[in-house]
Design a binder for this molecule. Structure first.
Ligand code: ADQ
Length: 735
């Protein structure tokens, strides 16, 4: 197991100065619980701010350092000014509201960007200092968006994961940030970037396309020399602990006491006091319900627990006043000497008090205006071993797409929310149980431990030794040397060559890519070389290949290997069934897109369809291609069809056919006496490389992560190598 370096804004401890020294108490939050095991078992470190102010005496500081070291925690030393500006100013004053779509909470003047950069640099410095080769680094959340990039700069081959705990907003909103490019580039320093939901991932992908002009290929982004994976990892809770606590007799007794004789139904809200959590609108909806359903007065009570949060940020101070006012207003208007409609608790509760409240609730109200995930919803579910209770959940919480059995509300619709709360209170016990059971099952299965391991397993897979070793550093000279050696050993030569971008440079329209006389001559020489088999494996149509190189005595494979033609034969053999009902509707969509994207064109082949946008304006083309892909992905989800992004081309083709399929079956004897060389330049060629026999020699043309062993700069380098092979054949013949 690799050592894990966890990097988060805060260390999982609370530090309080005492008269004799300091007290360091371990926190019990979701992240701290979930990461405790890998932190311990991997012998790893947790790097973050300790939360301690600058007022510690030297002796206290020394004691703190000792305590932290004993728990393998490493403090990033932030000054009070840094905390005010980086944490409260930029992270919580700008990024937090903006990522939660609350643009009006962003101050008119933003002046703390420089402090954010500095603090991120400081974090990266501390991580780099602790880093040992082979470590896995897992960076968390919006306070540290630049850290992956800064770290990549300091340690190019580090294995870095990044997880965003809050929503990634729509690109339209994200692009209002002046630092949008730096922030995206910072995140792309990671090998794996994780989000709670597919929507956040899609927003991020759109931002990469529109702002950085990058193409996202479903779950990955290609950067020069490196690939970044994107993934969806909905965070869970420590469901086992909540369940155990809920079954604790003391907690059960407390819950029973809260419920009393059951004549007053209990609604519960538990939140950090944050303007994203929707407390004011929740109160308004509750008030509205009391107004339209007077029969409920005296029969229900809302227990709202709000833990103080970010009290140093101005927006939060005003917000507290707003909530206090609303609670006062409702209690003033509806309260009686015997009944208080809102029971407001403004502090943090101990875990057992919290679970007792969850257990006592008839209806749990989780109605944020926007929330990355929202763990409270899951905690409530795990705390109900009795199988009862109704969850009312905002459709704007990330948790909502995992928890569809909850009663969903739009928190901005006060009237509608009031009705849903009423419905929750009126729900019969059978329906309550039927809805809760699948929720309980899901929360128990996808808990925080499964979240941690699925993220770390994927990070391990995409950065493991095999993957990294496959990234070639060897260039043309090394390739030539290896080929010469192989040719000395072996009699036979098998060449598998891509066409566009490999044998000929890219051209503005597909028709212009016809081979020049030099290329024809070169291919003819190779075809005539003794014991040599030449295959051209292209995404092109049969007609194009026939017209261009059909006169040569070589193998032709059209449409990524869907069609094959043996040397000097007229017949093409298909690799699979070519009929599909998807074709016509797809063509119709493509015509539509082509009409609205100047410079794009459709190439309809016998099996696949390609949409080229090489001549389109760079940004528009990339944007439309992305839009088109999302659209087609949805549309084609029930078809055995895949959508491939090539170099400024989208290709839609049936499954199961890829270039790897064309490699001729070889007996072990033939394999032993054959030099296999495959050359290609894009993702479709990676299929070919992946299917090669182990001793084969593979070369990627141009930049990009690859499993090929060598890299060539461009088409002229390819031709140079092929010329060497053709000449070596002549030499061998003469000798
Ligand atoms: P938060 O915004 O903090 O987290 P949430 O997921 O609800 O939101 O977690 C809050 C935690 O605080 C819960 O574990 C809850 O038990 C605890 N808590 C709240 N009120 C409390 C109280 N009065 N007393 C004691 N404990 C209380 C961010 C994102 C979320 C995302 C998490 C994890 O904003 O959307 O789910 O990270 O990724």
């Amino acid at each position: 197991m690799s050592r894990l370096l966890i990097v988060a804004n805060r260390l999982p401890v609370t530090v309080s100065p005492t008269e004799s020294g300091v007290e360091v108490e371990r926190s019990s939050g979701g992240l701290a619980t979930g990461l405790a095991r890998p932190h311990e078992q991997s012998g790893g470190l947790w790097i973050g701010w300790s939360g301690a102010g600058e007022e510690l005496t030297e002796a206290q500081q020394a004691e703190l350092d000792r305590e932290l070291a004993a728990q393998r925690l490493v403090a990033v030393p932030l000054t009070t000014d840094q905390v005010t500006r980086y944490y409260e100013g930029y992270s919580n004053g700008v990024l937090w509201p903006l990522f939660h779509y609350l643009l009006d909470q962003v101050p008119l003047q933003v002046s703390d960007w420089d402090a954010y950069v500095q603090a991120n640099e400081l974090f990266a410095d501390v991580v780099a200092k602790q880093y040992r080769s082979g470590d896995m680094v897992w960076v968390h959340d919006y306070q540290l968006l630049l850290v992956p990039g800064l770290l990549r700069h300091r340690i190019p081959d580090a294995r870095i994961g990044f997880f965003l705990h809050i929503p990634f907003p729509s690109e339209e909103l994200f692009r209002t940030l002046p630092a949008r490019k730096q922030l995206l580039e910072g995140m792309l320093g990671a090998d794996l970037v994780g989000f709670h939901t597919p929507t956040y991932l899609r927003h991020f992908a759109t931002a990469l396309t529109d702002i950085l002009g990058l193409t996202v290929d479903i779950d990955r982004v290609q950067l020069p020399g490196r690939e970044v994976r994107l993934g969806v990892y909905p965070m869970g809770i420590d469901a086992g602990s909540f369940q155990a606590l809920a079954n604790d007799p003391a907690v059960e007794a407390e819950a029973a006491a809260l419920r009393g004789d059951g004549s007053v139904r209990i609604l519960v809200g538990v939140d950090r006091l944050d303007y994203t959590k929707g407390i004011p609108r929740r109160l308004l909806a509750y008030e509205r319900m009391l107004e339209i359903h007077p029969e409920l007065r005296g029969k229900v009570r809302l227990v709202q627990v709000a833990v103080p949060s970010r009290t140093g940020v101005e927006a939060y101070q005003e917000f507290r006043t707003l909530v206090d006012g609303l609670v006062g207003r409702i209690n003033g208007a509806y309260g009686t000497p015997r009944w208080v409609p809102v029971h407001y608790i403004f502090r943090g509760l101990s875990p057992s008090d919290l679970v007792a409240i969850y257990r006592a609730a008839d209806v749990m109200l989780v109605t944020p205006l926007r929330d990355g995930m929202n763990l409270v919803a899951k905690e409530f579910i795990a705390s109900r071993p009795d199988g009862d209770g109704v969850l009312v959940l905002s459709e704007f919480a990330g948790a909502s797409w995992e928890l569809p059995e909850a009663l969903q509300v739009n928190p901005y619709d006060t009237e509608g929310t009031a009705e849903v709360i009423f419905r929750a209170l009126s729900m019969d016990p059978e329906e309550r149980r039927a809805r809760l059971a699948p929720l309980r099952q899901r929360v128990a299965t996808f808990d925080v431990h499964s979240w941690v391991s699925s993220f770390l397993d994927q990070l391990d897979r995409v950065t493991g030794p095999g993957v990294r070793a496959a990234s070639p550093t060897a260039g043309e000279a090394a390739l030539r040397a290896e080929l010469s050696q192989a040719l000395e050993r072996n009699d036979e030569l098998l060449l598998l060559l891509d066409y566009d971008g490999t044998l000929v440079p890219f051209t503005a329209t597909p028709e212009l890519a016809r081979p020049d006389a030099a290329l024809i001559g070169l291919l003819r020489a190779l075809a005539g070389r003794p014991d040599t088999e030449v295959h051209i494996v292209s995404g092109r149509s049969r007609e194009a290949l026939e017209q261009w190189v059909g006169g040569l005595s070589i193998w032709l494979h059209a449409e990524h290997g869907f069609w094959s033609r043996a040397p000097d034969q007229a017949e093409w053999t298909p690799a699979a069934d070519i009929h599909g009902s998807w074709r016509e509707p797809v063509l119709a969509i493509l015509r539509d897109f082509t009409a609205r994207t100047p410079g794009s064109l459709i190439e309809a082949k016998a099996v696949a369809i390609a949409w080229h946008y090489r001549l389109a304006d760079l940004e528009t083309g990339a944007r439309r291609a992305n839009e088109l892909r999302i659209h087609l992905n949805q549309l084609l989800s029930n078809h055995p069809v895949e959508i491939l992004a090539g170099n400024r081309v989208l290709e839609i083709r049936p499954y199961g056919v890829h270039k790897g399929g064309i490699i001729p079956p070889m007996s072990p004897e033939r394999e032993a006496r054959t030099t296999v060389l495959a050359i290609g330049d894009d993702r479709t060629d990676e299929d070919l490389f992946a299917s090669l026999p182990p001793a084969a020699i593979s070369a990627r043309v141009g930049p990009g992560a690859t499993r090929a062993r060598f890299r060539l700069d461009g088409t002229s380098a390819v031709r140079g190598v092929l010329r060497m092979l053709a000449d070596s054949g002549v030499g061998a013949d003469l000798a």
